[in-house]
Design a protein around this ligand. Sequence first.
Ligand SMILES: *[C@@H]1O[C@H](CO)[C@@H](O)[C@H](O)[C@H]1NC(C)=O
Ligand SMILES: *[C@@H]1O[C@H](CO)[C@@H](O)[C@H](O)[C@H]1NC(C)=O
Length: 424
Amino acid sequence: MSLNYAFGFSLFLLILVGLNIYFFYTLNTVGRRPSNFNVPSIKLDYAPSVFKDIYEYLNYLPIQYKNKNQKFTSIQKNLISSFNSSQNVNTKNIWRDTEMWASDESLFPVENGALGPLLHAIRTSQIALVDNAPKGTQLKLLFLLEGKQKLYFKPKRYQMTDVIRGNIYAGFDRHNSEVFAYYLAMVLNFKWIAPSVIRRIHVDREIVPVATMGLKRTMVKNESGSLCIYGKCFYCKINETVCPNDKGEIEGAAILYLDKQFRVHKSPWRRSYSSRKMDWETDNDFCKKISGSLSQKRILNLVDIAIFDFLIQNGDRHRYEIYKDKIVLLDNGKGLGNPAVDELDILAPLYQCCILSQSTWQRLELVSGGVLTDTIKLMSVLQGEVLATEEHYKAVERRLLKVYATIQYCIGKYGSAKVFKDLY
Ligand SMILES: *[C@@H]1O[C@H](CO)[C@@H](O)[C@H](O)[C@H]1NC(C)=O
Ligand SMILES: *[C@@H]1O[C@H](CO)[C@@H](O)[C@H](O)[C@H]1NC(C)=O
């Protein structure tokens, strides 16, 4: 009996402390109310009320999320130097190291200056054979290199300043989104992703002499006599070609091909690709529903990916591939479509499950105040690339604040002990 009383009293104390913290927090945040953010033109009327709550947290976001975190400086230095590492390295050694690479931390060598030479090799290695990539919904080529390595090549379809309107998965893949995604992943310390660079190939000199018959059958001369490719894929159409520029080159994202066995899963948060609403769009308890069939580790992984996709606005991850029990960040071409849009529902795994791995949170806290995109810019300059317009860089920073706000929302709702998870 007395034990019960003691328990009751402790509970009472606990609630008292909780209330105290709550009032302290409320007073504190009201006290230093920052200038209000412009709530973007998101369909708030259809949106679940959770959006309103998240925007409320955005308006009172603690100041440290808008300032630079000095602790990132040394990490940034390391990242930059790995992208800048000497390119006079024997390419054969790089490929050998890459093929023999076995690690649970990263899919490819990232340490000891391996990254710079690897990216250089992806950008410059001689192509021995070009074919249409098998399967897929979008025009994609497969390069076989002299050393037998393979690359995917996703050609440029848009100008950097083009804005893709319509639904979140509209349009062709954006080649720059693939490369941007790779750099973003590196900054966020998500290493389950294939290296990717911007590469230019000369159609007459580098493709035609080594093109397979299958590829040649999907090439047409346009009215001014240039050889253009329409490819072989689900959405490929003969009137939607990729043509060389005035130097005779096609630009694209060259992505190291992963010669590994993946298991493919449907994403629980996939879109319907029609006007029909999916379960996750109407059910606030959706996370409870799926947590019976997915491990916490997998959900944490999906939350990481949701944050990643939200930053670039990739709303097209309807399925995911697993290697060694971790989701591989494949197919990141549907990002960077419209810098004015932040579809918050890409974050559904985060605001519906309200869990986040401790390591992801630690990294997110380090990249505040503009450092995230500054680092991507610095890395891309070293590779001689321009990956996005200033509007897109600003948009990524704006979205990062919304990620912070969503995490604050979760902490506000459940407390940080419930939100942050060590496992993973
Ligand atoms: C190509 O043709 C299809 C019909 O076959 C049409 O729907 C599409 O809009 C056309 N694309 C362009 C760029 O003209
Ligand atoms: C044919 O392709 C070339 C190279 O991309 C381009 O400059 C030209 O405008 C194209 N002509 C037509 C009629 O599409």
